[in-house]
Design a protein around this ligand. Sequence first.
Ligand code: HXC
Length: 518
Amino acid sequence: MDLTNKHFKAFIERQEAIKKQYSPQQIAKQHSKGKLAAHERIGLLFDAGTFEEIDAFVTPAGLPVEFGKVEKSFGDGVIVGYGKVNGRLVFAYAQDFTIMGGSLGIVHAKKISKIQEMALKMGAPIIGLIDSGGARIQEGVASLSGYAYIFHNIIQSSGIIPQISVIMGPAAGGAVYSPALTDFVFMTNHTSYMFVTGPNVVKEVLNEDVTFDQLGGAEIHARKSGVAHMIYDDEENTILALKKFLAYLPSNNVENPPVVPDDGSVPDFNEKLRDIIPDDPNKAYDVKDVINLIVDRNSFFETAELYAPNIVTGLARIKGKTIGVVANQPKVLAGVLDIDSSTKGARFIRFCDAFNIPILTLEDVPGFLPGVDQEHSGIIRHGAKMLFAYSEATVPKITIILRKAYGGAFIVMNSKNLGGDFNYAWPSAEIAVMGPDGAVAILYRKELAQSKNPAELKKELLKKYRDKVANPFIADELGYIDEVIDPAVTRKKVISALSALSNKWVKVPARKHGNMPL
Ligand code: HXC
């Protein structure tokens, strides 16, 4: 080929022009805010030399602009493409805040839509690295329609390919719904924020002063709103964690998650598990200690750690294969089920089910949280989400009852008749309609009122209830659990159950979709 011909020269000039677009000043401005430039983020995400950019040369739509101006730029403020992450195909887009604030014009939107459709067609995860002032004001309704296009694509791909959003700057206005629709949201502390209406509007409408961080920073979304699932202190760690997380996931819903070698360092028989549950049934312990003694070493990747910590969710591996763990956390609110923990658990269960990830449930739950606030805010509706999610899930489902399994909470946490495949209990399990105090108060109200020594009588009755009722043996005898097991063999039992379930096949009645209580 003649490298001096005019087309080749034009090609080279365009390559040079695109490089110049990333002015050192603009990049320095990003860095001064503790942020990386879009191409630097892409560089961190993909395995070296594997990223292939698409549509680098498209330019803004050239729509008539009545207000402000649209900068002529190559790429229209977003880098899109595909490459390898940990050796596997992944699609991504990275919004470039240095170009019109990463705002979304129609061409920018079409670029994102194009790779969304490619990711779906090729059955690969898609990652959105978001740093954007939202809909491009100058392009008006065209940019709003661009968002609608993107939202529609996310919804069409939901449950087919993993979709993850990483917020690395602003996500404002309706633009927050793009991350909200995806499976997981990662955020970076102090440099990212998400809100439907910003601090200025809050001031105007409600006369309240609030900072960007207070209104929609990573910490708030991770702890309070539950919008963000994972947060990290800087962008590098955020992207590293995302890459680690992706390694647990299949590329799509017809694949199984990847299997990694298990170093065999976690014993299948572990006596330490016998000593975890305190003798005093009202004493707390950390269920994460139980998780870490069952799953492969250092394999537990907790999701939504800071939100509703009375339930623990996360991905882990058993013999190198991905599982999802749902565990009540006795250390926080005694592991009670409330609105937030039900919503968190249900969403996680549905994610696992969509992507062929077996679910291990570790149960120690005193029941649903009582109170006017919970009732009036809809614990009935939200608690029903957990029931629905567990019951409709067709992936392998194993439950181990560690201690308390009272009332509706026993049913909810993947009980046998709700569809649990293997249901085990430790000897410390307390399975009954309600806890000893409630049961004694209801059934022996008159006797206690008439007793000369009600305290002594109550003590006796509580002991009798624990001995005769609140134990695992009645459920065992009636077949509502499969076996009472020695805690030391828990990992062995889980391995064997997962192996038996590896070809689990469930025929679901044909329907358009169920009607989950949202
Ligand atoms: C066009 C935008 C823009 C936007 C920012 N810019 N947002 N251009 N449309 N939406 C431009 C700015 O004009 C500026 O251009 C450059 O990006 C950097 O912005 P700054 O304001 O200088 O940066 P900063 O001080 O860091 O503030 C960032 C910001 C702020 C908080 C995001 O720009 C802002 O509030 N933007 C508007 C956010 C918003 O309300 N968006 C619309 C949401 S509604 P120059 O040329 O000066 O460098 C929405 C609808 C979606 O998105 C609907 C879906 C259903």
